[in-house]
Structure formats: structure tokens, C-alpha cells
Design a protein around this ligand. Structure first.
Ligand SMILES: *[C@@H]1O[C@H](CO)[C@@H](O)[C@H](O)[C@H]1NC(C)=O
Ligand SMILES: *[C@@H]1O[C@H](CO)[C@@H](O)[C@H](O)[C@H]1NC(C)=O
Ligand SMILES: *[C@@H]1O[C@H](CO)[C@@H](O)[C@H](O)[C@H]1NC(C)=O
Ligand SMILES: *[C@@H]1O[C@H](CO)[C@@H](O)[C@H](O)[C@H]1NC(C)=O
Ligand SMILES: *[C@@H]1O[C@H](CO)[C@@H](O)[C@H](O)[C@H]1NC(C)=O
Ligand SMILES: *[C@@H]1O[C@H](CO)[C@@H](O)[C@H](O)[C@H]1NC(C)=O
Length: 503
């Protein structure tokens, strides 16, 4: 068997390569972008189909275009209009949340290899200004990576950026360490890609909680994993990645942790003790009822919690590179009896029967109001909203399968207050009309635009998507214009004075 040393890098590209037979030509599979006159921003066309009423809020995600090799954090409205796009880079776990009573956006950015990464979490306020940068010191914590020497200072992984209500954030990290792989047929002095959970103080970057999967092998044994060893783990440059943690949430003083490759959810107390282990294939500490099996899941959270029972939602993409990729991706809600019978019961399972998804990586599940839920399918660039009866009320696609992706997508109410000014270009056409284009990256509630000039007075036009086109008559070529926002939190904020060009 021939396997490249940089197994992880290889993994990133296998998805694309093995699907290339299905798309006519990778080069021809470029998804259409929206582009604008008043801004250099280019953003994927978001193809929204609505079959019913959606919950309020905008869509926050991070489309990454594998063919064009670009990615951004973005906000779109339900009608497919871009509201905000951040700077290009490697992004993950874009999560709108509340912090001290204010809406914020948290996201990971940094160096991302195949399925994991090394970087920092940035937290933006509603003006898109950085208010926190959360880091995990690679050197101080002794991180060892397959990418050594890695030129990054912070070793937070791509998978989580969840705030608590206590001024802290939950993140994951990965670390190459020595491990006994004999229980799964590997070397006794082998190597693994361990996965860790951290709770970090937002202001001081102090580590308040650290939990390593491998150090807790006595509680959650490596034998729980479903990833084939295939000769990995023989040396430090080819560690066996067996836990792959991908979500963490805090409930009280305990942590709900999802391990994708172990098909497991762990509930861990503040001392690191695993209080219970739900395995999606074997049950672990529980008895799996009909239809409750899951594997390779994402974004596990409690919908409700009591002493006796928890109700858990997750994105169940029971599919990977190394499985047949034939399992249907579903949203899954299960009841787990914590006492007595320890029974797991199916509450609901949702998928889009008209356009079923078989996602091979990434994804998210968000419970919304009124029993609605939002699912995002990762490597299958689709977002769906379901109503309380499990019917699809919205379908939104932003790319062709396996060429565009976003790790997660969340819906959240938002009022964007950019600290910039509206951006304007204007040009005069041969018939004497002047065409004005105005946009304001991040502004969410402008109602109209007012064009002011000396020679043509004022003209007001209704705001129309990311960029509004306004035709003004009677402007002298030598005149300059200013465009002012009307309505919303940016009411009265004006652009710089713009001179008119020839079209
Ligand atoms: C957008 O969605 C509609 C409805 O499903 C479909 O007919 C159309 O082809 C889609 N456009 C693209 C670019 O995929
Ligand atoms: C993004 O990650 C790639 C590795 O996949 C790295 O080469 C590149 O420098 C990263 N970009 C940034 C802005 O960190
Ligand atoms: C966002 O943060 C910047 C920098 O701290 C601050 O100037 C601005 O007022 C903040 N905006 C909001 C809406 O809080
Ligand atoms: C990473 O693993 C190395 C051994 O390879 C160990 O010395 C170091 O403490 C580990 N770091 C973390 C954060 O677990
Ligand atoms: C590590 O192991 C892999 C496969 O087991 C092998 O291909 C590679 O050459 C080894 N690398 C080193 C540095 O020994
Ligand atoms: C919140 O922070 C306070 C002060 O650091 C600490 O005493 C308390 O245990 C924390 N609460 C939780 C739920 O972590």
C-alpha cells in the first residue's frame, strides 16, 4: 500500500479528486459569483428557494471556494443578498452569539490543513471591529504538529468557537503525541493526533479547563474509534488521527463533547471525569433504540436537560472519506435516559426527501424558534431550514458539491453598524444620465439612499440589496456627489464626496 507521508494533506484533496469524474470538468464547475461596481467584493451566488415561512435572522457562514482558493466569513439575508463579507483567508466556526448582552461574531482563522488547523479566534462586535483575539500558545503548551515547523503562534483548532455566559470560550486543539496502539493492531510505541478541549478566558487568554482524549484513554478507549488504522501511527509524521473532536458546549460546569471518529458524545465534568459516554454504534453507556444510531456526527447540543433525561440534537452525516459515502445525512433528535433503562429513543429525523444529501464532511445543526431547525451540510454546500413538522421551508445552495464548503452555518438576528462609510462610484452616460452605485459592507438595515449634488439637488432611491443602482438626471459632469444612508442605525452617514467618471 502506498500512502503519502503527509496523509493529512492528501485527505484534503481526495474528496475533490474522487468526485472529479462526476463533475464534467473541475474547471467548468466554477460557481457563479456576485460582483459589484462600488466594491471589489465578490461573493458566491446564494440560490435560495423558499417553500414556507422561515425564522427571522441572517445566515452566517464561511464559504470556501476550493477551485478559486478563497474563503471569507459572510452574512447573507434570506433573499440571497450579501450583507457583509470579511477579509479573505482560512476561516471556520463562524458563530454569531451573544456576549455581555451584545451580539458578536466569533470565528476561527489561521492555517488549515486537512480537517484540522492551527490559529486563533477573533470576536467582532456589530461594527465588525475586533474586540477579542483568543489564542492558545503553541510553544508554552508544547504543541507538536505534523506541519512542523509551523509558523503560527496560536494552536486553536478549526472546530469550535463557542462562548459561555461566563466570559470564556470553548475551543478544540490537536496535538501529536506518543501512544500505545496495540489495542487496535498498531505499534505499542505509536503516534496519535490527540484532540483536546479547552475553556479559555476571553480577556486574559488564561486556560481554565483542558481535557485530552488520549490522556483519558482509560475512560474513552481508542478502541471506540471507527477510523481504519491502515498502517498509520508508525512515526511522528504520520500520526493516527482517531478522536477528531468537533463540537463542545458547556452545561452547568460540564462539557458535552463530540468525537467524530469515535462516533461518540462524552459528557465531562470540570475535573475531567467522563460522566457518560454515548456511542452512536454500540451505545456506550446506553441502549440504542430504533433509528438512533449515528456516526461521524457534528454539532451535538442539548435541546433540553434534566436530571433524568437529555434531549440531544446533532447533524448526522454518517459518511466519510473512508466509508461508502452512501449514508443519508439527517438532522437527528434523540432522548437519552440518564437513569434506569438508559434507553436512547428517536424523537425526530429530518432530511430533504426531494434533494437528499450525502455529505462526507463538516456540517451543523441549529435549533431555531417555533420548532424550526437549520442544517448546513459542509462539503455539500447547502443550507436547509425545517419547520416544526420536519418539512423543508428553505433550501439555499452556494456552490457545487465538494468544490465549495462551509464548516457551519447559523441563523441569527443582527444589526450591522459598520464603522466605515458607504462606498460609491458614479459615471455619466452619453445621454447625460448619471448612474450611481452605492454599497455599505455590513450595513443591514439601510432603507434608502439619498444622492446629494449641487447641480441636480437630491434624489432618494429605495435600498436594493448589497449594491443599489440609482440613475440621476441633470448632473453636470464637473459636479461631485455624496450618497447618504436613510433609515436604520446608520441613518445620515454619508459617503466621501465622489467625482463623476465617464461610463
Ligand atoms: C437555482 O435553483 C433553481 C431552483 O432549484 C434552479 O432551477 C437553478 O438552476 C439554480 N441555479 C443554479 C446556478 O444552480
Ligand atoms: C491558509 O492555510 C494554508 C494551508 O492550507 C496556508 O498555506 C495559508 O498560509 C493559510 N492562510 C492564512 C491567511 O493563514
Ligand atoms: C465596536 O468596537 C469598537 C472598538 O472597540 C468601538 O469603537 C465601537 O464603538 C464598537 N461598536 C459597537 C456597536 O459596540
Ligand atoms: C503535545 O504532545 C507532546 C508530546 O508529543 C507533549 O509534550 C505536549 O505536552 C503535548 N501538548 C499538549 C497541549 O497536550
Ligand atoms: C512514517 O511512516 C510512513 C508510513 O507508515 C512512511 O511512509 C514514512 O516514510 C515515515 N516517515 C518517516 C519520517 O519515517
Ligand atoms: C463563572 O466564573 C466564575 C468566576 O470565574 C466561577 O466562579 C464560576 O464557577 C463560573 N461558572 C461556570 C458555570 O463555569
Amino acid at each position: 500500500m502506498t500512502r503519502p507521508t503527509m496523509r493529512y494533506i492528501a485527505q484534503a484533496f481526495t474528496i475533490l479528486a474522487s468526485f472529479s469524474g462526476l463533475v464534467e470538468s473541475a474547471d467548468e464547475a466554477l460557481w457563479p459569483l456576485q460582483s459589484f461596481k462600488s466594491s471589489p467584493i465578490q461573493a458566491p451566488f446564494l440560490n435560495v428557494t423558499k417553500m414556507g415561512q422561515t425564522e427571522p435572522g441572517y445566515l452566517f457562514f464561511s464559504p470556501h471556494d476550493k477551485l478559486r482558493e478563497t474563503g471569507h466569513p459572510v452574512i447573507y439575508s434570506d433573499d440571497g443578498q450579501l450583507v457583509w463579507q470579511g477579509n479573505p483567508g482560512n476561516y471556520s466556526a463562524v458563530q454569531p452569539q451573544m456576549l455581555n448582552g451584545e451580539p458578536v461574531i466569533a470565528y476561527w482563522s489561521g492555517y488549515s490543513g486537512a480537517g484540522f488547523g492551527f490559529g486563533a479566534i477573533t470576536i467582532l462586535n456589530s461594527s465588525y471591529d475586533e474586540i477579542h483575539r483568543v489564542t492558545l500558545d503553541c510553544k508554552k503548551e508544547g504543541f507538536v504538529t505534523v506541519f512542523d515547523p509551523l509558523e503560527v503562534d496560536s494552536c486553536i483548532d478549526i472546530h469550535e468557537s463557542q462562548l459561555t455566559d461566563n466570559g470564556t470560550i470553548l475551543v478544540t486543539a490537536v496535538n501529536v503525541t506518543q501512544a500505545d496502539l496495540s489495542a487496535i493492531g498498531g505499534p505499542k510505541d505509536g503516534w496519535v493526533q490527540d484532540a483536546l478541549v479547552y475553556e479559555i478566558d476571553l480577556v486574559t487568554n488564561d486556560i481554565l479547563f483542558r481535557w485530552s482524549t488520549y490522556e483519558n484513554n482509560h475512560q474513552v478507549a481508542i478502541t471506540n474509534t471507527r477510523v481504519p488504522l491502515e498502517g498509520a501511527g508508525a512515526n511522528k509524521s504520520d500520526p493516527y488521527e482517531y478522536p477528531h473532536l468537533n463540537s463542545v458546549y458547556k452545561y452547568g460546569d460540564s462539557y458535552l463533547v463530540s468525537s467524530r471518529f469515535m462516533c461518540s458524545l462524552f459528557f465531562i465534568d470540570s475535573s475531567g471525569l467522563v460522566k457518560w459516554h454515548l456511542h452512536g454504534r454500540t451505545g456506550g453507556d446506553f441502549q440504542l433504540g430504533l433509528g438512533t444510531s449515528f456516526c461521524y456526527q457534528h454539532d451535538a447540543r442539548f435541546i433540553s436537560q434534566s436530571e433524568e433525561r437529555v434531549t440531544i440534537s446533532l447533524h448526522n452525516n454518517d459518511n466519510t472519506d473512508f466509508t461508502g459515502r452512501t449514508s443519508l445525512t439527517t438532522g437527528l433528535i434523540i432522548d437519552v435516559e440518564l437513569q434506569g433503562s438508559r434507553q436512547v429513543t428517536l424523537k425526530s429525523r429530518m432530511w430533504d426527501a426531494a434533494e437528499p444529501v450525502f455529505a462526507v464532511s463538516q456540517g451543523s445543526y441549529q435549533s431555531l424558534g417555533n420548532g424550526h431547525s437549520l442544517q448546513n451540510h459542509g462539503a455539500t454546500p447547502k443550507i436547509e431550514e425545517y419547520d416544526e413538522a420536519g418539512a423543508v421551508v428553505m433550501r439555499a445552495r452556494f456552490g457545487y458539491d465538494n468544490t465549495m464548503q462551509t464548516y457551519r452555518t447559523y441563523r441569527f438576528p443582527w444589526v450591522g453598524r459598520p464603522s466605515t462609510k458607504p462606498s460609491v462610484v458614479a459615471c455619466s452616460e452619453s445621454d447625460g444620465k448619471t448612474v450611481v452605485y452605492v454599497s455599505w459592507n455590513g450595513a443591514s438595515d439601510v432603507q434608502a439612499w439619498k444622492v446629494r449634488s449641487k447641480t441636480a439637488g437630491e434624489k432618494t432611491a429605495v435600498h436594493n440589496g448589497f449594491e443599489t443602482r440609482i440613475v440621476v438626471e441633470g448632473l453636470a459632469n464637473s459636479d461631485s456627489i455624496v450618497v447618504e444612508a436613510v433609515g436604520g442605525v446608520g441613518d445620515g452617514v454619508a459617503s466621501d464626496s465622489i467625482t463623476i467618471e465617464q461610463c
